[in-house]
Design a protein. Structure first.
Length: 464
């Protein structure tokens, strides 16, 4: 039966480790609340007293744009408030971890980061795949993509072409007041009746009703979160006046929110995100509510690394996840994912949940280490912090180090003949670094080591 827990096992969490990694996106991602070039992700590793481990990911953003949680607030809250509520406690099952943290209000993404890690641990301990352990029934899930706001319509059309060719079943484009009616029109003209939807991330109000109603002519599969992030009342008013089904994202933070929104008719579809609702147990409850109310539902994404993505794949196998989700291949986001194998999508736009125990992907600690900027371990005996600066090797630092090496090489090769010239070169490098976005920094970093021996200072400045 979907949603039930087939097995459970007693566990005691001995330690919770937080690891912040900085990962540059392959391409920037723009929504109505801003652009992201690089993710600052907090990974969570839990270990029990028997030495089993589990991994989770905090899906909050770098700024409080999508939700009020963001990397630094989440780090503090998880370290100082939530982790101490869980370490050292005996729990009968991962489904009970949520309850251990109930004295803290809100902070659902941070709670989910611990809770989902405990689910992975429990499934590993039982040697079952997480997707089955969660009550999944469809091992193969249907996938769509979410495409950010681009610099030009031509660029957007090209991106859509690429994703359709890759096999994705539906296309979601981000919309905002400067990027809506005309853009959707252009997409419809180019691609005909593909499964298409728009996500406004709360960029409109009821004053925009005429424009929002005009979108009806495009037969969108749905319009995601047109109105404010905490609203379900105005959405009900809007839904009564437009044909396009409204899909709710931001305001559905709990099973009760889902129930109320369904009762009010605030929308016809729900985008369910593990992080936003506080973890797998909350997702299971919302899945049940939607399934019983015949409200279609799908799994949203938060630009997760492979660890969060693996959890999204697992929960998407539950029966209520009837529509293609924003769960897509690793390579759309990362040059190198932190899990192995990378998440891949078939030519028919599907992902098959792995058969291995727990999340079913290997966590590559060596890769995590390369992009780690800080760690802290919370145990019932104390808190251990990693303040070793030499381990701080985010890509930006990596580029800086390599540029230093290049200067040394330039000096050795007598390209630089005085301290003065060296200073000028150093200054130019610093300007260059500041001008680079992180995606560019990453690609330069990848090329640099090969070039050090044959380095010529001029070559770098061609890029600026
Ligand atoms: O609203 O669904 C959203 C990304 C960050 C914050 C909010 C959202 C999104 C996405 C991207 O749409 C989904 C993904 O590809 O992970
Ligand atoms: Mg959304």
């Amino acid at each position: 039966m979907p949603g039930c827990i087939p097995y459970q096992v007693n566990m005691q969490i001995r330690s919770i480790e937080l690891i912040e990694i900085n990962l540059p996106l392959v391409q920037f991602f723009e929504t109505s609340f801003g652009r992201t070039y690089e993710r600052r992700i907090i990974l969570v590793r839990v270990e029990d007293t028997d030495g089993n481990e589990g991994w989770g990911e905090n899906t909050c953003g770098e700024v409080p744009g999508y939700s009020d949680e963001w990397t630094d607030s989440a780090w503090e809250t998880t370290e100082k408030i939530l982790a101490p509520m869980v370490v050292g406690k005996d729990v009968d099952s991962a489904a009970d971890v949520w309850g251990l943290m109930k004295r803290a209000r809100g902070h659902r993404m941070s709670k989910a980061s611990i809770e989902t890690a405990c689910w992975d641990l429990e499934a590993k301990k039982l040697r079952v795949p997480l997707w089955r352990h969660l009550g999944g029934v469809n091992q193969t899930i249907n996938c769509g993509v979410s495409i950010g706001i681009q610099d030009s319509v031509a660029q957007l059309l090209e991106k859509i072409r690429t994703e359709l060719d890759a096999g994705y079943q539906r296309i979601k484009i981000k919309i905002a007041p400067h990027w809506d009616y005309d853009v959707i029109k252009a997409v419809r003209e180019e691609f005909g009746d593909i499964l298409l939807m728009g996500d406004a991330n709360s960029a409109y109000t009821l004053d925009d009703i005429d424009m929002l109603r005009s979108l009806d002519e495009f037969g969108l599969m749905m319009l995601e979160q047109p109105l404010p992030y905490d609203d379900i009342i105005d959405h009900a008013k809007l839904q009564a006046q437009i044909k396009t089904p409204i899909c709710l994202d931001e305001p559905i933070k709990s099973p009760d929110d889902a129930r109320k929104a369904i009762e009010l008719g605030s929308g016809k579809i729900i985008n369910l995100k593990n992080g936003r609702v506080g973890g797998h147990a909350q997702s299971q409850q919302i899945e049940t509510i939607c399934r019983e109310a015949a409200i279609p539902m799908w799994c949203g994404g938060m630009l997760e690394s492979g660890i969060g993505r693996a959890h999204n794949i697992a929960i998407s196998t539950l029966a209520g996840y009837t529509m293609p989700g924003d769960v897509s291949a690793s390579k759309r986001y990362w040059h190198e994912d932190v899990i192995e194998p990378a998440v891949e999508v078939s030519l028919s736009g599907t992902i098959t949940a792995p058969d291995g125990p727990g999340i079913g992907f290997e966590v590559r600690r060596d890769r995590i280490k390369k992009v780690t900027v800080r760690t802290v371990q919370i145990t019932s005996n104390g808190v251990y912090r990693d303040d070793d600066d030499s381990r701080i090797v985010s890509y930006k630092h990596y580029v800086e180090d390599l540029l230093d090496q290049l200067i040394e090489t330039a000096v050795e090769n007598k390209h630089v003949k005085s301290e003065f010239e060296r200073g000028v070169l150093q200054g130019n490098y610093e300007l260059l670094l500041r001008a680079l976005n992180l995606t560019e920094a990453f690609s330069i970093a990848e090329q640099l080591p090969k070039k050090i021996s044959e380095f010529e200072p001029e070559s770098l400045f061609d890029k600026s």
